[in-house]
Design a binder for this molecule. Structure first.
Ligand SMILES: [Zn+2]
Ligand SMILES: [Zn+2]
Length: 208
């Protein structure tokens, strides 16, 4: 078991500073795994973390739980909230953790007489008892964890844009038409009419 201070030094080194949100991420990562009865750090992909924001908080969770985007054990549902759900991919059991709503006020009690809020929180979030710091709520995922994780090697092509879709992220509409989410629902971008003016020299900088 890695200690909180070791986790925070890993997180801070990646991040070039230590801040209260990293501490919350580390505490939530540790508490989330513990609530599921899973030891950390994990070498397998059994623990899936679904974070509700990116940024410093995510670095703290990653340092504590060892979940990463690259291993497909960390996902972001960007609600802009300091909160995370941890899922045992083997059993489907899931818990959502978030700081108590009054955590900033309570931090003063644990802030080591620090009058600057930021530094009071930085210290307090490391020492506050878990029950004072966090809420831990059992939840059920709307999409089963097997679907979220999907299977390696599954691939289809969108029948509108032709691009390949992996991990069963396609949408099948009436008549068995297989579409990517961008074509089916409208994506997060709008295609622009003009193409990027990439010069021939730039595109083929090597010898022709
Ligand atoms: Zn930060
Ligand atoms: Zn498409």
């Amino acid at each position: 078991m890695t200690s909180l201070s070791q986790i925070l030094s890993v997180s801070a080194a990646r991040h070039s500073h230590l801040c209260p949100r990293q501490v919350l991420g580390a505490r939530i990562g540790l508490a989330g795994a513990a609530a599921l009865g899973l030891d950390l750090p994990r070498q397998d992909k059994r623990l899936l973390a679904i974070l509700e924001t990116d940024g410093c908080f995510a670095d703290g969770v990653e340092a504590a739980a060892g979940c990463t985007v690259g291993h497909r054990t960390l996902r972001i549902e960007d609600y802009g909230k300091i909160a995370a759900t941890f899922v045992d991919a083997r059993t489907g059991q899931a818990v959502r953790l978030a700081p108590h709503l009054d955590v900033r006020q309570r931090a003063c009690e644990y802030g080591d007489d620090e009058t600057r809020h930021y530094f009071a929180q930085l210290h307090a979030y490391q020492v506050m008892p878990e029950a004072v710091l966090l809420t831990i709520q059992p939840v059920q995922l709307k999409i089963p964890v097997e679907k979220i994780v999907s299977r390696a090697g599954v691939r289809v092509n969108c029948q509108t844009c032709g691009e390949e879709i992996i991990n069963e992220r396609e949408i099948t509409i009436g008549g068995g038409h297989v579409l990517c989410q961008a074509c089916a629902l409208g994506g997060y971008y709008t295609p622009q009419l003009s193409e990027m003016p990439i010069s021939v020299e730039l595109a083929y900088s090597g010898e022709v």
